[in-house]
Design a protein around this ligand. Sequence first.
Ligand code: ADP
Length: 160
Amino acid sequence: MTIAIYPGSFDPFTNGHLDVARRASRLFDKLIIGVYATPEKKLMFSQDERVAMARAAVASLKNVEVRTYSGLTTEFAKESGVQVIVRGLRVSADFEFEFDLAMMTAKLSPSLEMVCLMASPQYQFLSSSLLKEVARLGGQVDDWVPPAVAKALKKKVRTK
Ligand code: ADP
């Protein structure tokens, strides 16, 4: 049985993340979406909110589970019996960072393999940070996020 983890901040979970999760769930027996608790980023959503939104988004994918973790992804992977780390690769934004991450992962945990899925063309430009910016400025985000996320983004922006 091959278990994979798709780790990230997911602040918030977008249709680009969902696309990667859906495709990875077909490749592996089980996929854990690992919501990283304390990324070095300015977050819009709390850990609980990020987990709840990811859970709602992948509810129909039966072999996908959403969990939260802190500390090294490689340690969480080891504790969870994970063999593969999945990441998404957008054409302009991600290659160098993901490459460095793969090198570091190989150093920290040589038995873990990292697999990058190319972002689908319709999501190449989509990022959580861009979405948050658009939402803050009152733009329409419904086409790019699951319904629960669109609702949460609107609420967050209203109460700011
Ligand atoms: P990070 O883990 O760097 O904080 P995110 O939580 O936004 O970043 O993303 C988690 C993973 O999903 C990363 O590998 C990122 O490259 C990938 N990703 C983000 N947006 C997309 C997208 N639109 N299409 C495919 N992959 C994506």
